[in-house]
Design a protein around this ligand. Sequence first.
Ligand code: SAM
Length: 218
Amino acid sequence: MQITDKKVEEYCISKSNLPSKDCLAIEEYTRANVHGAGMLIGKMEASFIGFLLKSIKAKRVLELGTFTGYSALTMAEQLPADGEVITVDINQETVALAKDFWGKSEHGHKIKSVLGSGLDIIPTLTGKFDFVFIDADKRNYIDYLKLTVPMLSPNGMIVIDNVLWGGAVLPDVVLDLTQHRDRNTEFIRLVNDYVAASDDLYGTLMPIRDGMFLIQRK
Ligand SMILES: C[S@@+](CC[C@H](N)C(=O)[O-])C[C@H]1O[C@@H](n2cnc3c(N)ncnc32)[C@H](O)[C@@H]1O
């Protein structure tokens, strides 16, 4: 299910501030050459995240799920010169591509790539983060959330991506748990229910692209 009408989204994109040409180059290269390009957050979500980063005057960002480096660079562009994006991924090949692209951008120096699995890397990180973007393996979404909430700065925010999962999370959708995609649906339902039931978190689930959960501590 396409959550937002395509023409409506195109109109919104045409009127929004968008990431730079350097990011567009990553997007275009990825869509033409890399398997799984549908995983890119794309222009609408990038513009929205940029707005959030500016609103909270973010300086330090943690991203889980680098892929070809598109979202990391779009975020780096919205940070001050001494800002930092730490981005984690297990895929050496796509991270190598990402590094090539970041090297061509004046904002690339703000990005630090860490190769490894999110659950192993997060406990090794120190200091607080103003913004955490969770966009890696769905199986670990709930643990990523639980591990990163205590790492937030006072006005910090977490965004979890793909929380609508093409509409499959809706309660009347019957799942086939022999299918990888449907098992992921269960993991996403779990994290959505956890945020909704939490007394400590303020969450807003937005129907932007494939669904974004915006979360802050109460
Ligand atoms: C949806 S893509 C990220 C897209 C990226 N944020 C963007 O929009 O440009 C998900 C990424 O998570 C990575 N990933 C999968 N399992 C992981 C794990 N256990 N730890 C860290 N990254 C993982 C995959 O290799 C993939 O590159």
